[in-house]
Write a protein that binds this ligand. Structure first.
Ligand code: GTP
Ligand code: MG
Length: 213
């Protein structure tokens, strides 16, 4: 990203945040269109809901400091990949890969990297599909490739992640062992529930019904 030196720090901040906000809007629109198209191809709506957010100045500073970087706008643009974040919540694990593939195949979307915590869950039981992409934002002086972190997970995985996040923050990362064990057990139940709901839906589809919408 090329930011004119003459800009004041505040102007730089505002123009950078304007880019991330625009990138969220652009990706959101793409996802809504893909969701509509998905209905035609697969006969059901894959996406339950979408949440998007811009990282707050406080968490940007905290993250940069925590990672040992100087707090500068340049570092925030270079080092952080989740200033613009979108979370897509689906019904079924199988739909996650179809949605991820649809996003990756968009001509103007560049996938920087993927972290597949579904195929390789984190030791605590966390499951989710993460993609960091860039999308060009067309300003008057030309396109600016802007990073967006996309997290895709099922309703059940999201339920688990919200509670885990709450516990993690409450205990500042040092939750008692029994809670960690309980969370891990819940993560296994999430797997079972996701698998069961999928096979149930498949059976309903095979019977010629509309499936679980
Ligand atoms: P940070 O975790 O943000 O430092 O980045 P990273 O480079 O480790 O990326 P990663 O893909 O592991 O995590 C990015 C985001 O995913 C986090 O900011 C969280 O929103 C989410 N996430 C990752 N791991 C967990 C987890 O164990 N529990 C929960 N609840 N969320 C997680
Ligand atoms: Mg992490």
């Amino acid at each position: 990203m090329n930011i004119p030196d003459a800009y004041s720090q505040l102007d730089q901040w505002n123009s950078v945040m304007f880019l991330y906000d625009s990138a969220l809007k652009a990706i959101n629109t793409k996802i809504e269109i893909l969701n509509g198209e998905f209905v035609h191809i697969y006969g059901h709506t894959p996406i339950e809901h979408i949440k998007s957010r811009l990282k707050t100045p406080e968490s940007i500073v905290k993250k940069l400091k925590g990672d040992g970087h100087e707090v500068t706008i340049e570092n925030m643009v270079e080092k952080l990949s989740d200033i613009a974040g979108i979370r897509i919540i689906c019904s079924f694990t199988q739909d996650i890969y179809k949605i991820a593939d649809m996003i990756a195949r968009q001509k103007d979307v560049t996938v920087l990297y993927v972290k597949d915590y579904i195929k390789q869950p984190k030791p605590n039981g966390y499951k989710s599909y993460h993609m960091v992409v860039t999308i060009p934002i067309y300003l008057t002086e030309g396109p600016v490739e802007t990073k967006v972190e996309i997290q895709i997970r099922t309703v059940a995985m999201d339920f688990w992640a919200s509670l885990e996040h709450k516990i993690y923050y409450k205990f500042e990362g040092n939750a008692p062992d029994f809670l960690e064990a309980e969370l891990k057990a819940c993560a296994d139940m999430v797997d079972m529930l996701d698998a069961k709901m999928f096979s149930l839906n498949q059976s309903i589809l095979a019977l010629g019904q509309d499936g679980l919408e």
